[in-house]
Every structure is written in C-alpha cells, then in structure tokens.
Design a protein around this ligand. Structure first.
Ligand code: GN1
Ligand code: MG
Length: 371
C-alpha cells in the first residue's frame, strides 16, 4: 500500500517532491490522505480514494466539482479574493485528467490543501455558528446564478420518497435478522412518514425551487481561518441540484447538536437554540437576496427533515448489515440512530420557537424575499 500510494500520488501534477503521505480525518465514506511536500515554498495536497460503491460515477462527480469550483473562482476573482484559498482547487493527473484509476480500479483524486485553515467538529460558540451560516449562505449565493447542468450522481440523495423505497425494501428483506429487536425504532420512522412526504411533495411540485446544493454541510466540511471567519466550503462530492433547505437542515443537524453524532450518552444530545439563532442570522445575511418566501417558511422544518432522514439512513444501514457507513464497532449504526433520534426529539420539542427565531430574523429582511 505504501509504495502504491506514493506511485499514485506521483501521477498527479504536484509541485515539489513528496515528503510524506498520511491518513487524514474521520470521513464515513472516502479515504483521505495528506501529501506533505518538501520545502515550504511548495503546497501540500489532499489525496482521496473515492468510495466507488457509493459514487458509482466518479468522472461525472469530478466534472460537477470542476464546474462548480470554476464558477466559484470566477466570482472570487471578480471581487479581488484569493481563489486558491477561498475555493477548492482540483489538481489534474499528468495525463490532464480530473481523477486517476489504479490497477485495482480504484478512483483517486487530488486537491490543494489549504494552509492555515482550521476545522471544527462542533460549533461551541455563537460566533462560529454565525460564520458557518454565512459560509454556506455565501456558497449558495455565489452559485445561485450557476447555469450549467450538474449530473445527478446520487439520484434521490435527500429525497425522502426514494429513501422510503430503500427502507421498505430493506425492511421486507431483513437480510441479517435485526428487524425483530427494532420495533420501537421502526415506529419512530413510520410515525413521521406522512409529514416528511408532504414536505418533499412541495419540492416535487416546484413550490420549493431547485438550486445548486452542497448536500453535506456538516461543520467539518467548512474551512475557517485563524480568526474564525469562513475561508472555504470543502467536500464537494455531493454537489447536486436540489433544495437549499437540505443544506440548511443538515447544517443545523450538525452545528446545534450539543453532543456527538454517535454519542453513547444521550444526555449530551440536544438542539442548542442560541447556536441555531446565530446560524440563522449568518445564513440569512447572505441568502436574503435570493430566497423565496416559501423557502424561508420551511427553514426550521428542514432541520427536522434532514435529522429524520439521518435517523432513517443510520437505522436502515444497521438493518441492512452495515454496508454503507464505515463503522468502528458492531453497534455503531444503532448508536448513531439513537443519538440522532434524540436530536430529532429535541428539535421537535423546540420547533415553535425555532420558527419564531427564523421569523424574527426575517423581519429585517422580509421585504427582499421573493414571492
Ligand atoms: C457522510 O462523507 P461524509 O462522511 O462527510 C454522508 C452524509 C451523512 C454523513 C453523516 C455521500 O458524510 O450524507 O450526512 O456521512 N455522505 C454520503 O455524518 O452519504
Ligand atoms: Mg462527504
């Protein structure tokens, strides 16, 4: 593997010579490495082996990423920003491709490592949540006039109708016999099915518009600078055309959680209203110019929607025998299910106040919302 990974890295257009390659981060899907080069005049790089079971069309995924990052860099240049720091930069192979396929048919990609950046696993302060909301809001604003077509590389990704099709199939097959012990958890999903489908219908009918969306807006997918301002949104693997509400909801799922996504101590897990408020304010400061009234009305609901979907996805993977998410121990997916359900309950119990917070934040911006 060691020699192999060096020879893979050497197939990309890197500046400087390689000093080391080490694993990086805790992603559930891809394998990520940092390539450190000799000499401070040369940049470092991120090397990734893409999960080809999940990303079945890596060429289309990289094409999407290239289109979006080019668009972002154009915007950043236009306002005199630094496109190498404020957007991801894809590094091509020596054969000028956006990815490399190795002898084992694995797909590899490289992007520039952005120095002096900081990532967080939790939003401990309101300032960080405000900055994160601004970061995702800015990403959405900068892509709101993107006209090219993105390939839908993950059909149905945040589409609950599609998730229920997968769910019904897994439940009827029950491949590893785990269903019998999960009556309570299965009921959590079924009790909320209609409510979730009713929301998704608004997207299907076009009442809620389709835009460029990131689809994985956890806090650790944002790079901050040393001062705590947002530098850049990373992990563009899941960039698709969908509703921006998914990005808002997924961020709230991550930022406002007072515990961990897989916390074994459910007492740690709840939705923090002050963090929610700060995120909303940061987010609306960037997005008020293009959001519609309907989108704004459903911001709070989207947190319920995406957290619910995450409960479903973890539980479904557990019932399916743990084929999707990487797990660290046998019960990991059911622990994640319980922790995310606790968060969902906390969101549900504070839902009216969340809507009020959004309304209040909108009061100053309402006149600019589109009908
Ligand atoms: C996965 O790639 P990563 O680890 O950032 C997943 C997200 C989930 C998340 C849960 C392609 O994200 O949808 O919300 O885990 N990505 C994919 O932490 O399924
Ligand atoms: Mg991801």
């Amino acid at each position: 593997m060691k020699n192999n990974i060096y020879s893979i890295a050497k197939c990309f257009q890197l500046e400087g010579s390689i000093k080391s390659i080490e694993p990086l981060g805790e992603g559930y899907i891809n394998d990520t490495f940092i390539i450190v080069t000799e000499g401070s005049e040369f940049p470092n790089y991120l090397l990734q082996r893409k999960n080809k079971q999940i990303f079945t069309d890596v060429p289309a995924m990289m094409d999407n990423i290239e289109k979006i990052t080019s668009h972002l860099k154009g915007k950043i240049n236009a306002v005199g920003g630094n496109p190498l720091k404020e957007a991801m930069t894809v590094i091509r192979t020596n054969a000028d491709q956006l990815y490399l396929i190795d002898e084992e048919e694995e797909y590899w990609t490289v992007c520039l490592f952005i120095e002096d950046s900081v990532t967080y696993e939790k939003a401990d302060t309101e300032e960080l949540a405000y900055a994160g909301g601004k970061g995702i809001g800015k990403f959405q604003r900068m892509t709101s006039d993107f006209k090219e077509k993105l390939t839908d590389i993950l059909p149905g990704f945040h589409n609950i109708r599609y998730r229920f099709e997968q769910w019904d199939k897994v439940l009827s097959e029950d491949p590893v016999g785990r269903k019998k012990d999960l009556r309570k958890e299965i009921a959590w999903i079924e009790e909320r099915r209609d409510e979730m489908l009713a929301f998704w219908k608004l997207v299907e009918e076009g009442t809620i518009p389709i835009r460029v969306t990131h689809n994985d807006t956890k806090i650790n997918n944002i790079l901050f600078d040393q001062k705590g301002d947002v530098l850049c949104v990373i992990d563009l693997d899941t960039v698709l055309s969908s509703t921006v509400l998914n990005d808002f909801g997924d961020a709230i799922r991550s930022y406002t959680n007072t515990g961990l996504e897989d916390d074994v101590d459910l007492g740690n897990v709840s939705m923090d209203m002050t963090i929610f408020k700060a995120y909303v304010q940061g987010y609306l400061s960037e997005t008020k110019s293009f959001l519609t009234e309907v989108e704004a009305d459903y911001l709070a609901f989207s947190a319920k929607y995406i957290t619910y979907e995450q409960v479903l996805r973890f539980l479904m993977d557990y019932i399916d025998g743990d084929n999707y998410y990487k797990i660290k121990y046998r019960e990991h997916n059911i622990v994640r299910t319980h922790a995310q359900f606790k968060l969902l309950q906390s969101i549900e119990s504070q839902f009216e106040e969340m809507k009020f917070v959004v309304k209040e934040a909108l009061l100053t911006t309402a006149s600019t919302l589109k009908k």
